[in-house]
Design a protein around this ligand. Structure first.
Ligand code: NDP
Length: 401
């Protein structure tokens, strides 16, 4: 029994809050704190209308303000802080956790607001500070990173002596009926997909042009889709934590209409993060674009279809070559019926709750900052089956060339 503070009240925070309240034997108290308090209050009302025994309170907070956040944590005394704001807030929230001696969990690695480049170095620099403070920092407890990283730890623990190749495949077969919309925060999503791609091979990064590498794959529950190689954050930590790894790639599916719209927006400068002056006011084109695009939270009632996200592993067991595919299929409409949001937020919010639960109940505890694959994968894998993201295995998958 404990108290969790969720920071943020967007798509992912909404699902995580619902899931914490379904799991009220562990999370008996929840405080939802975010920039816009009315969103926290609306989320509280929605959860309470569905029924929960957890006690929910809300608060306004600017998580960029370390002192204000430290004061809120000190007055609320949560056992754990779950950061579901944006990657820009990771370091200030980690600082507030250090100030107050409270454990920290997030789903996305830090990205400076003025450079579209995400990597772990900023958060890994907190390892010693967290260790000295005796608190746990769990990084990347979403789906990818998160579940995909735990899949890698599980494959290594149970199925391989050495994993040499990992292909992470993220397919969204959902259709929301809009010509163009992003399934999670548009600013973060567009920064991610318009950046150069990269993959890890033989101890170093190989960089590609954006969307340069394309493959087709036939996904169970979805069908054939084009997928494109992207840089993705779990590659960086898995490259360190999976001994003997030779190559890790990440592919995500995109439809032609999405790509054509994105290209057009890029060509006219709407995806730029360089500020421009418009009618005497400085604006960032990408932030303006976010304001005119559909809110990802509004896609829930309209999205039909499934997601299929998982990892194909190749390596050796007992001297024999082996392949193994671990994946989850999630249905957009089922997620909406359960917690009022589509599957992208669901597949991130559920593992965020599970990671927070395992740190809070002491299953995954240790002073320092950890990537999720550094902990024992088994309790997390069991919890996925229990809390709405059951996984499937295939010992003879079609490989990606
Ligand atoms: P949203 O944009 O829907 O929600 C973000 C929330 O954070 C909003 O409620 C926003 O407030 C709040 N917020 C932003 N800035 C601040 C601030 N300074 N102080 C307090 N609150 C703030 O994003 P998502 O829910 O889609 O994504 C949440 C996180 O999950 C992101 O970091 C994203 O990268 C990550 N993610 C991870 C995935 C994974 O698989 N690992 C997949 C998808 C997302 P306001 O309501 O005022 O805008």
């Amino acid at each position: 029994m404990g108290k969790i503070m969720i920071i943020g009240a967007g798509g992912v925070a909404g699902v995580a809050a619902h899931k914490c309240c379904q799991n009220s034997k562990v999370f008996s108290e929840l405080i939802i704190a975010s920039r816009t308090k009315s969103k926290c209050d609306a989320l509280k009302a929605d959860i309470e209308a569905r029924g929960t025994s957890a006690k929910i309170t809300t608060a306004q907070i600017d998580a960029n303000d370390v002192l204000a956040l430290s004061a809120l944590i000190n007055s609320e005394k949560p056992d754990i802080v779950l950061n579901l704001a944006l990657p820009y807030q990771d370091l200030t929230i980690m600082d507030a956790c250090l100030n107050t001696g409270v454990d920290y969990v997030d789903t996305a690695n830090y990205e400076p607001e003025d450079t579209a480049k995400f990597e772990y170095k900023w958060q890994w620099a907190y390892r010693e500070k967290f260790k000295a403070a005796g608190i746990t920092g769990l990084l990347g407890s979403g789906f990818d990173p998160g579940v995909t990283s735990v899949f890698a730890a599980y494959a290594l623990k149970h199925h391989f002596d050495e994993i040499h190749y990992i292909d992470i495949l993220d397919a969204n077969g959902g259709d929301h009926g809009y010509p163009f919309a992003t399934n999670f925060n548009p600013e973060i999503n567009i920064r991610e997909v318009s950046a150069k791609g990269s993959y890890w091979e033989n101890g170093g990064w190989i960089e590609t042009e954006p969307m340069e590498i394309k493959r087709e794959y036939d996904f169970e529950g979805i069908g054939k889709r084009d997928m494109y190689l992207l840089h993705h954050e779990e590659i960086e930590s898995l490259a360190l934590n999976i001994p003997g790894i030779k190559r890790i790639r990440f592919f995500m599916t995109f439809g032609q209409s999405y790509l054509t719209h994105l290209k057009c927006l890029e060509n006219v400068g709407m995806t730029s993060i360089e500020p421009i002056v418009y009618e005497g006011k400085e604006i960032v084109p990408l932030q303006f674009l976010k304001a005119v695009l559909p809110d990802p939270a509004s896609l829930g009632p309209r999205t039909k279809g499934k997601t299929n996200i998982g990892c194909i592993f190749r390596g050796f067991k007992d001297g024999k070559e082996k392949t193994y595919y671990l994946y989850n299929i999630c249905d957009h409409e089922a997620c909406y019926r359960e917690v009022g949001s589509q599957a992208i937020s669901y597949t991130t919010g559920v593992p965020a709750m599970i990671g927070a639960m395992l740190v809070m109940n002491g299953t995954w505890k240790g002073p320092g900052v950890f990537n999720i694959e550094e902990f024992d994968p088994d309790p997390f894998m069991d919890a996925l089956n229990k809390w709405g993201l059951p996984w499937q295995e295939d010992f003879c998958p079609v490989l990606v060339d």
